[in-house]
Structure formats: structure tokens, C-alpha cells
Design a protein around this ligand. Structure first.
Ligand code: AMP
Length: 506
């Protein structure tokens, strides 16, 4: 099938040709013709399948007739994160370069003023995250009565982030007669219920079984003794990675993103970071540095990295095994995109095994192990003292690591000049650092603090917290030491001469 056969307008076809695309991807071939006819679409597609163009191209064709009015946008695209929203805006700039359409972006972390100006000018396309959109709506700055096409992208991630009530509200605020294009990588029951309530006789386009992983991705599990050893394991994996170009490294919690990022930079790696505590400018700068190749590694949380289109990522490292198996599918989908090959390495501790089992049953296959198994691992490299686990003294870890590195070992392949390290995109590590001294797994206020806590269900937080609080004795550590053990310092054995108490003294 060719793009010409899909029924797209000439202007759109010219832009597609200029992008260098010759053949529609399966989701595009399935979704574009019915979308052009105004039908509702239920698209079940993984990231990297070309789904952004699957809704952008027919929207552009349909928007060629008609004009936007002030404060009344014509189409609305809901995205779970600011980065995804910005990415979709880029797609409109690319595919809509032959159109004169006003595209407005409503995302948090950016001043209201500029956004309001664009809305006032009349937006043909409004791309928004749910929170900021409803904020605008509630302030009376926006009407949703003119929406002709509603796109809900990454719906399962919206679910994870707690946005479903917002989505339901938006669906009730837009006209009943609008067209809805709905995309999700997986179809949990809550999402199915949503589609039954708000889609009208949709055309179902499914490009692969929900939660399958691309065959172009080589998946590998690597055993690590415990949390404290994982940073060392990761460094070794990065150094020994074959055909390494760049990598995304995932942590389960944003606090760990900041810690790992600092550790990597201290060890001479060229790394950036992306997590929910960073302001919008820092997030964008970080992402741009990675996309431009100024840094070769980017440490991310799931929420911050969801759906990012970063072409040509050679490796994905799961520093933590995701506790939601769907997250595994999304994470490793960052590599092996558009038919390219990629490698996804997951660092596993014994405590993580139940999550590995869940992932393997979700993707329907066993993942290969590489390197020594848990039994054959060398003794712990780093102490598991709490302050070090929290990264308060990474310089000690660095010194120890340098001492142990065999002289013949090659240098990190991605060593960068100091300038790029100075520009390390985390501009606000202070927030993460402030959190560090809180006792593990139970920060101030007594509540668990998983990644993007406020968006996550308690079911997600619980296992992480349980794992963190478990005693860190390995079987080969021997029995727990009580008090000072066999060793009693000599000053405690010295006889103490007591002075007789004076009268009146207690
Ligand atoms: P998406 O799933 O929308 O994030 O797209 C994944 C990547 O595939 C993006 O980098 C697109 O530029 C690219 N892409 C989209 N459609 C096509 C196509 N028909 N042929 C080749 N690449 C495409």
C-alpha cells in the first residue's frame, strides 16, 4: 500500500514525501482511511509504530476546510506528558508545513500568558495535558464546544497517571458529534470501559497483540547482588555494550534518577536526566541534549520518558525492574524502533524475581540471562550502608571503583569533555538531595514516595516500599551481629573510678 492510496490531501502527501516516508506503517494503513471518513478509531499500537502520523495526517487533511475562532479550538489532542505534547506539536510542524494552521500547546510548567495569546488567536489544533487544559477551561479562557476531532493518546499511561477522571470530564465537555481517535498500547479493563462509554462504533485497529515486544529488540537480564551493586553493574554493562551509540536508563523512582545521574557523571559518563521534579525548561534542555548527541545517556523515570520519540536509540537499560509489567514493554520500546535493532538490558536482584516472572508472562516468552547467576556473583562490591544507598557519598564509591578497575580495561566509550558535563541537564538536584536523608522507603510525612507518587495507585507503591524496607542480609552474610559482636573496645573494659557524690548532688 502507498500513501497515495489512503485518501490524504495533496498538501499532506507532499509533506509526507518530504519526510522521506514511502510506505505507511500498519497502524497508518489501517487507521487513516476510516479516520478521513470521520469514523471513530480505537488504535491499539505500541510506541514506535508510527501512530502519531496515523492521527496527525488525517486531521490535517480534514482541517483544510474551515477556520478557528478565538477561544474555540477546532481539534483537541490530549497527551499524558508535556514532552509528548511537545513532540506532537513537532509532528504538526513537520506534516503541516504546507498548511496555515494555528497550533497551540497547553502544558504545565510554561507561563499562561503566551498560551492564552495563542488560544485567543484561534487554534486549529490544541495539544494539551489534561491538568493545564482543565485549568484554562475552569478560568473561562477556553471553550470546548467547537471541537470537531478529539484525540486521546497513550490512554493506558493516562490511566497510570490518574488522569482518567479528567479525560471523562473532557469527553463530556466536547460536543457529542465530534470524532474521537483513541490510542493505547494496552487495553486494561478501565480503558475498555472508557472506550465503551465515549467512542461511537469505532473501527478497531490493532497492529500487534497488546503488550508484545518488537522482534528487533534483543532482551537480556543481568543478575546483580543488591541495590548497592547495581550502579557498578550498570557501569560495566555500559562499558562493555556492543555497537553502543546511546542509551536510555530507566529508574523506578525520580529520586533514584537524580542519584544515578550524578553518579554516572562523577564516573565520567556523559549523562543527562529527565524526571518529574525538573522544571519544564530543564526537561526540554535535557531531552534536546540527548537528541542532539551532546550526551549519550539519559536517566529517566517512566512518566517523564513515556512515548518520547527519540529515533535510533541503541540501548535501553532498566536500572530497576519495573513493578508494572506494561512499563517494561514501553521502556524497551524506546529502542528497536521503526525496524532498527536495539538491545534492552535489565538489571535484576533476587528481590525483583517476582516482577521478572510477571513481565515474562505478559510478553509471553522467557528473557535470556547473561553473565553470572545470583549464586556465582562476586561478593558485594559496595557497602549497603543506608547513606551510600541513598547516594550521599558517591565520591567514596568513585574512589573505590577507580582502585578496582583492571589496568587494561578500556575507558568508558562515551567519555565527554568537561563542558558537556558542566551542562549536565539536572539543574535542580537540590530537591532530590533534600529527599535523600529521609529513611529509606518512608520519607517525611510517613507516606511512601514512589515515582510520581500522586499519579500512581497504591498498588504500585506497595511492593517497592516493601522491598526497600526488607533487611539487607544475604544468606552468606552469616548470622546477624548483636551489639558489638565479639569485639569489645578496650576503653569499655577499663575499670571506672567513681568519685563519691557530694551532699546535695543527685
Ligand atoms: P511514533 O510511533 O508516532 O512515535 O513514530 C515512531 C517513528 O516512526 C517516528 O520517528 C516517525 O517519524 C517514524 N515514522 C512514522 N511513520 C513512518 C513511515 N510511514 N515510515 C517510516 N517512518 C515513519
Amino acid at each position: 500500500m502507498t500513501f497515495e492510496e489512503l485518501g490524504l490531501s495533496q498538501k499532506v502527501l507532499q509533506a509526507v514525501q518530504a519526510s522521506g516516508y514511502t510506505t505507511p506503517t500498519p497502524i497508518q494503513a489501517q487507521a487513516i482511511p476510516p479516520a478521513l471518513q470521520g469514523r471513530d478509531i480505537l488504535g491499539i499500537a505500541q510506541t514506535g509504530t508510527g501512530k502519531t502520523a496515523a492521527f496527525t495526517l488525517p486531521m490535517l487533511s480534514r482541517l483544510e476546510s474551515g477556520r478557528a475562532r478565538a477561544r474555540v479550538p477546532r481539534t483537541l489532542i490530549l497527551e499524558p506528558t508535556r514532552e509528548l505534547a511537545a513532540q506532537v506539536e513537532e509532528s504538526f510542524a513537520k506534516y503541516g508545513k504546507n498548511h496555515r494552521l494555528n497550533v497551540a500547546l497547553l502544558i504545565g510548567g510554561v507561563s499562561f500568558g503566551d498560551q492564552e495569546t495563542k488560544i485567543m488567536r484561534g487554534a486549529d489544533v490544541l495539544i494539551a495535558t489534561p491538568g493545564r487544559l482543565l485549568d484554562f477551561f475552569d478560568r473561562g479562557k477556553l471553550l470546548l464546544t467547537g471541537i470537531e476531532i478529539l484525540v486521546i493518546d497513550e490512554a493506558d499511561r493516562m490511566l497510570d497517571m490518574g488522569f482518567i477522571p479528567d479525560i471523562e470530564r473532557v469527553c463530556k465537555l466536547v460536543p457529542f458529534t465530534r470524532q474521537t481517535l483513541f490510542f493505547s498500547a494496552t487495553m486494561p479493563p478501565e480503558i475498555t470501559r472508557l472506550t465503551e462509554a465515549f467512542l461511537h462504533n469505532p473501527i478497531r485497529c490493532e497492529v500487534s497483540r497488546a503488550a508484545t515486544t518488537a522482534v528487533t529488540i534483543r532482551q537480556i537480564l543481568v543478575a546483580s547482588r543488591g541495590h548497592a551493586d547495581k550502579r557498578e553493574t550498570l557501569r560495566n554493562l555500559i562499558r562493555s555494550a556492543e555497537n553502543f551509540k546511546n542509551a536510555i536508563i530507566f529508574c523506578n523512582r525520580k529520586r533514584d534518577v537524580a542519584i544515578l545521574h550524578r553518579s554516572l557523571v562523577k564516573h565520567g559518563f556523559s549523562a543527562g536526566a529527565l524526571h518529574g521534579d525538573m522544571d519544564q525548561l530543564a526537561r526540554m534542555a535535557s531531552l534536546d541534549a540527548f537528541k542532539n548527541g551532546d550526551v549519550s545517556l539519559i536517566v529517566c523515570s517512566d512518566v517523564a520518558a513515556r512515548g518520547l520519540d527519540i529515533p535510533d536509540v541503541s540501548h535501553v537499560f532498566n536500572f530497576d525492574v519495573p513493578t508494572h509489567s506494561e512499563d517494561y514493554v514501553h521502556r524497551i520500546g524506546r529502542t528497536g524502533r521503526a525496524g532498527r535493532s536495539g538491545v534492552a538490558l535489565t538489571i535484576v536482584t533476587e528481590d525483583d524475581m517476582k516482577y521478572v516472572d510477571q513481565i515474562q508472562s505478559l510478553i509471553g516468552k522467557a528473557i535470556d540471562w547473561e553473565g553470572p547467576g545470583f549464586d556465582a556473583l562476586p561478593p558485594p562490591m559496595e557497602t549497603s550502608r543506608p547513606q551510600e544507598r541513598r547516594g550521599e557519598r558517591p565520591d567514596r564509591g568513585q574512589r573505590r571503583d577507580r582502585g578496582r578497575r583492571p589496568s587494561g580495561e578500556r575507558e568508558p566509550p562515551i567519555r565527554r569533555p568537561a563542558a558537556s558535563e558542566r551542562e549536565a541537564p539536572i539543574r535542580r538536584p537540590a530537591a532530590a538531595e533534600r529527599e535523600a536523608p529521609v529513611s529509606i522507603g518512608r520519607p517525611r510525612g510517613g507516606r511512601p514516595r514512589p515515582e510520581e507518587e500522586s499519579f500512581r495507585s497504591p498498588a504500585c507503591a506497595a511492593p517497592t516500599e516493601r522491598r526497600e524496607r526488607r533487611p539487607r542480609h544475604h544468606e552468606d552474610d552469616g548470622p546477624p551481629v548483636v551489639g558489638l559482636g565479639d569485639h569489645v573496645p578496650s576503653f569499655l573494659l577499663r575499670p571506672v573510678a567513681l568519685k563519691p557524690a557530694k551532699v546535695g548532688e543527685e
